[in-house]
Design a protein around this ligand. Structure first.
Ligand code: BTN
Length: 261
């Protein structure tokens, strides 16, 4: 049983959860290149469903579409979870959305602030990206990598990320204890992966839906209005000529026409 009680600002936050599977086995590392790389290797060697790798620092944190993920020591929660869902193929496309919702709920639980989600899974607060999620397939398993910026100040981010990236401390003023956030996150991931009936809640959190967007696919680019998500988690975008396009996460970038979100 996980338990914690801690003060976040004026508020006392407490909680506990039975780790049915999420985080039943945890590897804690000081420094790694990437927790996703370590978790993928562990998955190849037979890591069980819910095995977690968490590191204080990553030297080569990986982001989506080949981007880097800057992960200084003790500045954020950098972890990866090995998932072996029973009905794997049906579940995999929904994992990024489930994880985005889990992160938003966990951040809300420990700070009281209400983050939004930019499709598929960027968690944003006050127009800044708080968290990134990278889901990778490995030997029949999925590795769910989650990076949440917790302690950075604005000037700690590299220049190209300033004004776009933010941390829980910057955006809420709370110095959130890392372990409380970890426990809240694992509990939320377990809940969302076990019950994939979350799309109505996801839609209420997702700021992309209803927005004018630009979709950048490897071979082409177009604009339209995001009308919703289908039951596989694909974004439905209506273009100016009335065509409804299904946008799959992966190599695609969706940008709001009104700024980052
Ligand atoms: C993104 O580009 O938004 C996704 C970033 C994912 C970062 C996390 S940090 C923990 C895990 N290990 C990695 O190397 N990447 C993910």
């Amino acid at each position: 049983m996980y338990q914690y009680m801690t003060d976040v600002g004026a508020k006392s936050v407490q909680g506990s959860f039975m780790a049915d599977w999420a985080g039943r086995v945890i590897r804690r590392e000081e420094v790694v290149d990437s927790t996703n790389r370590v978790a993928r290797q562990w998955a190849r060697e037979g890591a069980p469903h819910g095995a977690v790798v968490v590191a204080r620092q990553q030297l080569a944190g990986r982001g989506r579409r080949g981007n880097r993920w800057v992960s200084p020591k003790d500045a954020g929660l950098w972890l990866s979870i090995v998932l072996r869902p029973r009905v794997a193929s049906a579940v995999f496309p929904l994992l990024p959305l489930a994880a985005g919702l889990a992160v938003a709920d966990a951040c809300q639980q420990v700070t009281g602030a209400v983050p939004a989600i930019k499709w598929p899974n960027d968690v944003v607060l006050l127009g800044h990206k708080l968290c990134g999620i990278l889901v990778e397939g490995e030997s029949g398993a999925a590795v769910l990598g989650i990076g949440i910026n917790v302690r950075q100040r604005a000037e700690d981010f590299p220049e190209d990320l300033r004004g776009k990236a933010g941390s829980l401390f910057m955006l809420t003023g709370h110095d959130v204890p890392m372990r409380a956030l970890e426990v809240a996150l694992l509990a939320q991931v377990q809940r969302r992966v076990d019950d994939l009936d979350f799309l109505p809640e996801y839609v209420t959190r997702c700021v992309t839906i209803g927005a004018a967007v630009r979709v950048l696919e490897p071979q082409m680019e177009y604009t339209g209005v995001a009308e919703g998500v289908d039951d596989t988690g694909a974004l439905l975008v209506k273009t100016a000529d009335g065509t409804l396009r299904r946008v799959l996460a992966g190599d695609v970038s969706v940008r709001g026409l009104m700024g980052y979100v």
